[in-house]
Design a protein around this ligand. Structure first.
Ligand code: SF4
Length: 64
């Protein structure tokens, strides 16, 4: 799975960081950034949860 993030849509709720802190971080500008765009397989469920929980649906997953 590869992750992309639409920072223009992000409102900085931090849900993604709460669910997957090794993958996402809300930066000083109040927007999420991706720390690990190609997460290890064991983290895929957390990444999927983060994408599902994002209120703005700005996290996209690509690949299997
Ligand atoms: S959950 Fe979505 S809106 Fe909230 S900080 Fe993460 S990417 Fe931004």
């Amino acid at each position: 799975v590869r992750i992309s993030l639409n920072r223009d849509e992000c409102v900085g709720t931090g849900c993604c960081e709460s669910v997957a802190p090794s993958i996402f971080r809300v930066d000083d500008d109040g927007c999420a950034e991706i720390l690990e765009p190609n997460p290890a397989p064991e983290l895929r469920d957390r990444v999927r949860d983060a994408a599902r929980l994002c209120p703005m649906q700005c996290i996209s997953l690509h690949g299997s």
